[in-house]
Each structure stands twice: as structure tokens, then as C-alpha cells.
Design a protein around this ligand. Sequence first.
Ligand code: BF8
Ligand code: SF4
Length: 628
Amino acid sequence: MKHFTTIEEMESDAKELREIACKACIDTWETRAEAQKNHCKFGEDGICCRNCSMGPCRITPKSPKGICGADAHTIAGRNYLRFVVGGTAAHSDHGREICYTLAAADKDGIYKIKDEEKCIRVAKEFGIETEGRDIYDIAKDLALVGLNEYGKPFGTLKFLERAPQERQDKWNELGIAPRAVDRECTESMHMTHVGVMADPAALVRQAMRTGLADGWGGSMMGTEFSDIIFGTPKPVKTEANLAVLSKDMVNIVVHGHDPSVSEAVAEIADRKEFIDRAKAVGAKGINIVGLCCTSNEVAMRHGIPMAGNFLQQENAILTGAVELIVVDVQCIFPALGPLSKCFHTKMITTSPKAMIPDSEFVLIEPSNAEEAAKTIVGMAIDNFVNRDPDRVFIPTHKEEAVVGYSCEAIINELDGVTNSFVEGRGTWKPLIDAIKAGIVRGAVGFVGCNNPKVRSDYSHISMMKELIKNDVIIVTTGCAAQAAAKAGLMSKEARDLCGEGLKRVCKLVDIPPVLHMGSCVDISRILVLVSEVAKQWGINVTQLPVLGCAPEWMSEKAVSIANYVVASGIDTYLGIEPQVKGSSQMMHLITDGAREMVGAGYVIEMDPAKLCAAMIDGIEKKRAALNI
Ligand code: BF8
Ligand code: SF4
């Protein structure tokens, strides 16, 4: 059997890079996490409130209420909702930027319409006239209707109609169908202001509503409109881990989330005049690699290699081989600025929303993207001569991966095995049949970040291996997806790690057992997948042997995601505790209480082996309830 990079090998690479940092007297997340050890207990338990200046108030047995009378349940509930708002705002504001990119798309510009069919399909869904119209006119109208989803005064979000009727009815019954994206964020901030909402159950309902505005609103627009502009992903080969950096090319790292930035940089770097410029300074060419979700975006559409996930961002610079790192928004360590100064690396920020000390700012927006990307790629090339070969250490581990499994791409692969029965074509029927027959026991949407509170990537990799061994197919996004890629789980050879049933299906359909569905906003693809499977199966989402899992999550976005996944009817298994432990009512509300409300809730377990066993058990229970 092929050797798959082990977690120990990855850790040994990281250790060598950390030693480089030590020698250069630079801190890294490991040293800072050590210095932050013994986190504030009130913060961890969610029972510190600083929502007004009578406080901060902390809940203890001696002082069970804040000055205003808010108790642990109210305070933990408010903090939880504010966490969700942060996540929804981030994802949705990314989605909003994509709307503006779509509005600016131009057949002669750097942003074109690459998927016209999808543009027309989504425009029709939004009630836009498409017959006989120029595709760019349709795109502009679609962008405007999309932007309106952020602040429309009446109605609920358009994409909610994609959900099964049972879910839509449930959301209406509970009063949690999100209206406009910005309205839910604003209302949540209002509710958590001093002297407003004090009922934890209502705070949890609003957390779901706000989360749903992310998943079925901002994120879904981010995904769909990105596909229209940059192309709907199709399976493509790539490589993952730090060894994708090149010792003899100009290395440019794209990091962040908004593909408008990375696509422009990648397109310019591919032009002959820039490749020639790179050769003129002694490099063999230009090597673009990605970090975090930006990496997922460009890997899915162009096969651009993935240098790593969240806790690997500093390691990329520590290789000493990066000429330039260009970032947009989200999950970018401020530490990268000072760190880049210790090497020849230039760090470029591009969004007025995310400026970082010790970096240079080059604004990228739709109107100047081409020129700005030229400037940035030019800066990287000019910086190649400043690389010190004696300070270069690029670890050797990397793995091949096949990425780019959008829903459209998976259906296309499934069609490959349904040639004989035409009625199944273009549907999820082959997957449903495989699950019903028990060849595939179920599916897990594996998502989320890295978190220094747990061994980096260990939960992702060990749990995914265990799940595929148990014939559970995995769809994954975000930093979890990159962990899988680094461990070789997105290679076709990973079939050898599967149980007999899943192995057979993967061979037949010609897919890896862990399917890369993109960045974190692309969890909206998983919502569509699960909804369509439920509809075509004729059962509710809550009945499907399908689970969500975020074993190493850390961001506000992750909690927003967890809320919409649960509210969409999918049990979600967390390996890091949400910060509400100080309230027994909140702990109930996000687990069994949520199950009573929406038919799904969290399962929280810090031990990855136990978490995984609970998931397999959860899948088998759902199967038993369906008599399959
Ligand atoms: O949005 S998985 S660390 S990179 S938050 Fe961030 Fe978490 Fe990674 Fe993408 Ni998602
Ligand atoms: Fe204290 Fe209440 Fe103000 Fe919070 S809102 S800081 S609990 S007084």
C-alpha cells in the first residue's frame, strides 16, 4: 500500500520550522499559545459580560447576577449569539463582495462570466428575465437582486426555497426563517444590548436564524456567484503541504477567503510577460500556492497547490522561500506582518477591512483588480533576488489530491455509472441507493479549523480515516479539507484505507473517499447536497444518516455554520466546547433543546476517538430508524 504522510511526519516538519523561528527569536502560535495557557475561566464558560460599562460583570456563586440582573444563562446566551453574528457577518460580507465582483464582470475585463449556464439557472431562480438577453446584463441584475438580499425590507431569503418543504415549514413555525442578512445581524446585536433580550431560548433561536442567514444567504450567494464568475469546480489534480513551495521559482502565497483577489493574482502570474520577467531574475517561473480557504478556492478551480491550513500559515513564511504573501480577509494572523519582516518576504494586504501592521497595503477592488494584481506579482518577482538560499528550508512532505467536487461535479461523476438507467441521470439516486443498500453506511460533512487547544490536524485525519474504514463517505471543506489533502485522503489510493463497501463505490464512480467541496462558504454546497438527497429519497433531512463534524473549530464563522447546519436538520459533532459551559440552560439548549426545536443538535466530546465512535453510532441509529 502507498505510504500516506503521517501526522508525526507533519509534526516533525513543523518542529524544524519552529526551531528556525526560535533561532531568529520570532514567536509563533505555539509560543503564544503557551503564554496564554490557563485561559480565563469566565471567558471559557461564557459568563463574563461586558455589554455595558456598568460591568464587566462576572458570574460566580457569590455574585450570581450582573448589575442589571442578567444571570449566567442570559449572559452565556448573549455571548453565544454575538459569536454567531461575527461569523455570519464575516461569511456574508465575503458573499457581498462577490456580488460586487459579479456586478463588475465584463467580457473584456479580468472578471468574466465563466459559467453562463449557471448564471442563467440562478438568475431564473431569482425571477430575473433571461430570454434573449446578454449574459453580462443578466449577471448585473443577478448581482443587484443578490445585494438586495442583504437589506430587503420584506420577505425572507430567496435561497431558503431550496430547502425541503419540511425544513421551510419548521423555520416558519419557529419564527426563525431569516429575512435579510444584515437585518438578522443587526437584530442580534440589538437583542444582546444591555436591557433587551434575557431569555436564553430566544437567544438560541435567533442564533439559528442568524446562522441560517449565513448558510442559506451570504455563504450561498458567495458560492453560487463565485462559480458563475470563476467557474463551477470540476475534479482537478493538485498537491498539498508545504513541499509545494518551490526552491527555484518565485513563490507567491495567496491567503484569506475572497477569490476575487486570488483569481486576479493567479491570472496575472500565468501571463507570459510575467513568467518571462521571473526568468529574467533567475527564477524558473512563478509558483502560486494557497493557504486557508483561498487555497481551497483556487485549488478547486485551477489545481493551484495547497501550502496548508490555518495553523500552518506562519510555517509557510518560516520556510524562507516565500517572496510575497498576499491576503484579503479572515483567518489571517496579525503575526504574519512582523514575521514577514524577519525574512525577505513581502506581505501585502488588499482589503480596507483587514489592514495589518508591518505589511504593505495595495487596494484590490473590481475596478482596479488587473492593475493591482500586476503590481503585486511584479513586487514578488522583484523580491526574488533578495531570497537568502542559506535560510531556505522547505519540508519534503506533500501528497497528491483530487479536488473540485461541487454538487454539479459529483452528479456528473455519478452519471458516469448510471448510463444504463436513464431515470437516475442527473440525480443523487446512485448515492441514495448505495446508502440504502448499506454499501455506504452514511455521510459526514467534515468542516472547520485548527485550534491550538487540540493536536493540530490529528482529529481531522484520525477521524476521517476511521470513518472511511467504516464505509462512511466524507465531504469536506475549509481547513479540515486541507488536512485530508495533506494526509493523502483525497488521492484515489486512499480507497485502500476504506471499508469494502466504500472502496467498491469509489472505484466504480472513480472518486476518492474524501471529497473536497471547497472553502467554508462552500458548506452551502453541502446544504444543497443534503437537501436534494432528502427530497429525492422522500424523507426528512433529520432522518438521513448524515452528520456534520467540526473537531478542531475555532472561529466565530464555525459557530455560525454549526447553527445553520443544526437548524437545517443535521446533528453536528464538535471536538471543541462552545463557550457556554457556565450555563446549564445553554448547554441544554444547544444539545437536546435544539433537538426538540429543529430535530438536530450538537454532540460535544473532546476525545477524538470517542467523538468518532459517537458519530458511527449516530449514523447506525439513523439507519436503524429507517429500517435500512
Ligand atoms: O473559513 S476553516 S481557520 S480558513 S474559519 Fe478559517 Fe476555520 Fe480555516 Fe476559512 Ni473556515
Ligand atoms: Fe453587567 Fe448587565 Fe452590563 Fe452585562 S449588561 S455588563 S451583566 S450590567
